[in-house]
Design a protein around this ligand. Structure first.
Ligand SMILES: *Cc1c(COP(=O)(O)O)cnc(C)c1O
Length: 385
């Protein structure tokens, strides 16, 4: 992305007038969301999860804005992301959630990055390194309480507490499997298992809550919360009003308008058929830009009442027409008055009430996937706090 970086402050990518689509990232809203989560989680510290390029919004910009607002602890997934976060926040605590890859201790030591150790093997490798290195950064210990994905088992945590010698993590954490689903009692079981684990490692700061966990009535804030999705405007309370401010707006350009007759088909494999004369707008973005192809609107989906993609055109919500292509999407804009729409106009794909959770649902997926898939060809504009 930096290849395209131009001189205009807050602009990344091609000049807006040459771009197929424009992405606006409101860093003020991002900071406001962080402050809201921090107030809600107090007295716990509020960190920020900025993995996957800050959920597609831009890691450097997000880390700089959040650091300036007072955020001191960041979580990423990969070492490369941690290196970028270190450049943006020289003094922050930076944890790498995916842990140690074999032979990478030196990178952590050199840049003062903290691995989230998720197995006894990783703990052993880290301890050996610390024994040689003397002065080494801290490390978190991840204990698995439900997911069987990453983290020591509870038995292994007991073993480590018994015979861990001088090893003391600086953060004890677990990850909730279903915090957004109040009906799932896995959360309660995870919370009580984690309370038991904390007794094994007395005096060590602890962290359990992701975005939805911060809003869950039985999840304690403990010492540190780790929100990701809600920072970027995702709804931590699915099915309820979203307490967060939208951060991302995506607008795409109309490059052609055409009138078609009754029974004509639109797009690959003719999956959408005009009922009566229709007006079609073709916009300059597609699945290569991260807009999910699964949001295509086909005759079969229409018949079944399956949700599909939509855009706001001159204030009117317009459905997709046919398949999402690699670089193009076709919209049925028949309901927009002729005079209100022209070649070159921008239509809204995310924003104006079409939020990321909604877009995810229209593609049969979650807003997380939509956000983290946001493409590399957009003209990006960052609104400073
Ligand atoms: C991604 C992640 C988070 C953030 O989760 P959100 O649901 O986006 O708030 C927190 N903790 C861990 C371990 C994660 O992997």
């Amino acid at each position: 992305m930096t290849d395209f970086e131009d001189d205009a402050p807050g602009r990344v990518g091609p000049p807006p007038e040459e771009a197929g689509a424009l992405l606006t990232v409101d860093l003020g809203a991002l900071v406001a969301n962080w402050r809201k989560l921090k107030a809600r989680a107090a007295p716990a510290e509020c960190g920020a999860v900025v993995k996957a390029d800050a959920y597609g919004t831009g890691l450097k910009q997000a880390v700089e804005a959040l650091s300036a607002a007072g955020c001191r602890t960041f979580f990423v997934a990969h070492i490369g992301e941690a290196i970028a976060a270190r450049e943006a926040a020289p003094l922050a605590d930076i944890y790498v959630l995916n842990g140690l890859l074999p032979g990478t201790c030196g990178v952590f030591g050199g840049l003062n990055l903290r691995p989230v150790l998720g197995s006894l093997e990783e703990v052993a490798e880290w301890r050996a390194f610390c024994g040689i290195a003397g002065d080494s950064p801290g490390a978190a210990l991840h204990v698995d309480t439900a997911m069987n994905r990453l983290g020591l088992s509870i038995e292994e945590a007991h073993e480590l507490a018994r015979e861990g010698g001088s090893f003391r993590p600086d953060l004890l954490m677990t990850h909730l499997a279903a915090a957004e689903d109040r009906a799932d009692d896995a959360t309660g079981r995870q919370v009580s298992a984690f309370a038991g684990l904390r007794e094994l490692f007395p005096g060590i700061p602890a962290s359990i809550a992701n975005s939805s966990g911060i809003f869950h009535p039985t999840v304690p804030g403990l010492d540190l919360v780790r929100p990701g999705y809600a920072l970027y405007g995702g709804n931590p309370l699915p099915g309820e009003p979203n307490p967060m401010q939208p951060v991302v707006t995506l607008r795409a350009r109309i490059i052609q308008l055409r009138k078609i007759g009754d029974g004509e088909r639109v797009g690959y494999n003719g999956q959408w058929t005009a009922r009566g004369p229709r007006r079609i707008a073709t916009i300059s973005t597609g699945y290569a830009d991260g807009y999910p192809r699964a949001a295509s609107l086909t005759d079969a989906k229409l018949q079944a009442g399956t949700p599909a993609g939509a855009a706001i055109v001159a204030g009117v919500r317009c459905p997709f027409a046919g398949r999402v292509s690699m670089d193009l999407i076709t919209l049925d804009v028949t309901d927009v008055p002729d005079h209100a729409i022209r070649r070159g106009d921008l239509v809204t794909l995310i924003g104006e009430g079409l939020d990321i959770d909604d877009v995810g649902a229209r593609a049969g997926t979650i807003g997380y996937e939509v956000l983290t898939g946001l493409g590399a060809r957009y003209a990006r504009e960052y609104l400073e706090p």
